[in-house]
Write a protein that binds this ligand. Structure first.
Ligand code: NAD
Ligand code: TDX
Length: 339
């Protein structure tokens, strides 16, 4: 089987490449990635040594390029991770989110229709459901929860999901979608909460917590997400959406304090800053469907996952220090200097 993994030089796509090479050594993996600020070839250094792996640089929204790739490679499965993924950047500049997340998805699916595939899988997010109130711990997102987005990022992901379902209904394209909660683990770009807090704490810099730090996220170790995508793309029912999450809700403040404790750093580093506009209050996934239909269950508890993650950032300083010492400095200055 030949699988095109788009966005494989990013956080989850990179972890997925390693998951596939390990668990399906018979399959060929082609990573298609534009190498935006979030893509990093160092993440794929080990994969590059594997003859079953190939990297191709390109934009999923570039129709000519994508068609040529499909024509020459004739993939069986396409798994689309490629996206602009950061909510705060979407608030600053939404346009590229529409181009990559919506138009890019369309181009990929058109290529799938033109050249024929056995499965197109869309990696989506729980953010398409909007948020839940903090005082209703009994409420969860299931696959029938209405789409109700808050940020340009989540609106672009929801638009792509609607398009994917439309291609199934109209053209019978064999699609599946997974909507996962917040991931954490190795190769997570340092603009996101957990790696940002680890990097700042290690440098004894202030930890910028938005608002009061009461917002809740449902954290899942990235390898568990990779296992879910692998299952759904190979065995999930065509035309269906599967929610992915591990019932692991934490306030942002809880997460930040856990990181500080593990690093032996003081809580006085925590600094409350101006809230994110439109900040979603709580995400919480009901993963009953993927469990009942495909037997998926998360394997990594948060206590273990966060220890492994902190250790990974300690052991791989080169990977993230080279990011935060470059263009990222301007981003950080712009987002946090006067917050
Ligand atoms: P990321 O930002 O770390 O990586 C995105 C990758 O896509 C990068 O390698 C980037 O270079 C590539 N890319 C961007 N635009 C491209 C384009 N036009 N053409 C080709 N490649 C392009 O993102 P991530 O956190 O790994 O997220 C991967 C996917 O999972 C996204 O679709 C995201 O919406 C979804 N998701 C993420 C989370 C999370 O917690 N991070 C949770 C649920 C779903
Ligand atoms: O500096 C920060 N301070 C802070 O308090 C940052 C970067 C974040 N936060 C808060 C905002 C959120 O409540 O932490 C929480 C997590 O923030 P992010 O890491 O930016 O993730 P989130 O906005 O929840 O979105 C993530 O999960 C769903 C991914 O980035 C998305 O791609 C995915 O779809």
């Amino acid at each position: 089987m030949k699988i095109i993994v788009t966005g494989g030089a990013g956080f989850i796509g990179g972890n997925f490449v390693y998951y596939e090479l390990k668990n399906h050594p018979e399959d060929e993996i082609i990573c298609l990635d534009k190498l935006t600020y979030a893509g990093n070839l160092e993440t794929l250094e080990e994969a590059m040594k594997n003859p079953k792996f190939k990297f191709v640089k390109g934009d999923i929204a570039d129709r000519k390029f994508v068609y040529e790739l499909f024509e020459s490679e004739k993939p069986d499965i396409v798994i689309n991770f490629a996206a602009e993924s950061h909510v705060d950047r979407s608030i600053e500049d939404p346009e590229i989110f529409l181009k990559t997340n919506v138009m890019g998805t369309q181009v990929l699916m058109d290529a799938c229709r033109k050249y024929g595939i056995t499965r197109y899988h869309q990696v989506s997010t729980d953010e398409v459901y909007g948020d839940l109130p903090l005082d209703r711990p009994d409420l969860f997102f299931n696959e029938d929860t209405p789409i109700h987005t808050s940020s340009p990022y989540s609106a672009s992901k929801a638009s792509a999901d609607l398009l994917v379902l439309a291609y199934y209904r109209t053209y019978k394209l064999p699609v599946t979608i997974t909507r996962c909660s917040n991931n954490y683990g190795p190769y997570h770009f340092p603009e996101k909460l957990i790696p940002l807090m680890i990097a700042n704490a290690l440098a004894d810099k202030p930890l910028p917590v938005y608002g009061k730090g009461e917002n809740v996220r449902d954290w899942l170790y990235v390898e568990d997400h990779c296992a879910a995508i692998d299952l759904v793309a190979r065995k999930g029912k065509v035309g269906e959406v599967y929610n992915v999450g591990g019932h692991n809700e934490k306030t942002n403040l809880e997460v930040v304090k856990t990181i500080l404790k593990q690093l032996g750093k003081p809580e006085s580093l925590i600094t409350f800053v101006t809230d994110r506009p439109g900040h979603d209050r709580r995400y919480a996934i009901d993963p009953t469907k993927i469990h009942n239909e495909l037997g998926w269950l998360p394997q990594t508890k948060f206590d273990d996952g966060i220890k492994k993650t902190v250790q990974w950032y300690l052991d791989n300083r080169n990977w993230w220090e080279s990011i935060i010492s470059g263009e990222y400095k301007n981003y950080y200055e712009k987002m946090y200097a006067n917050r």
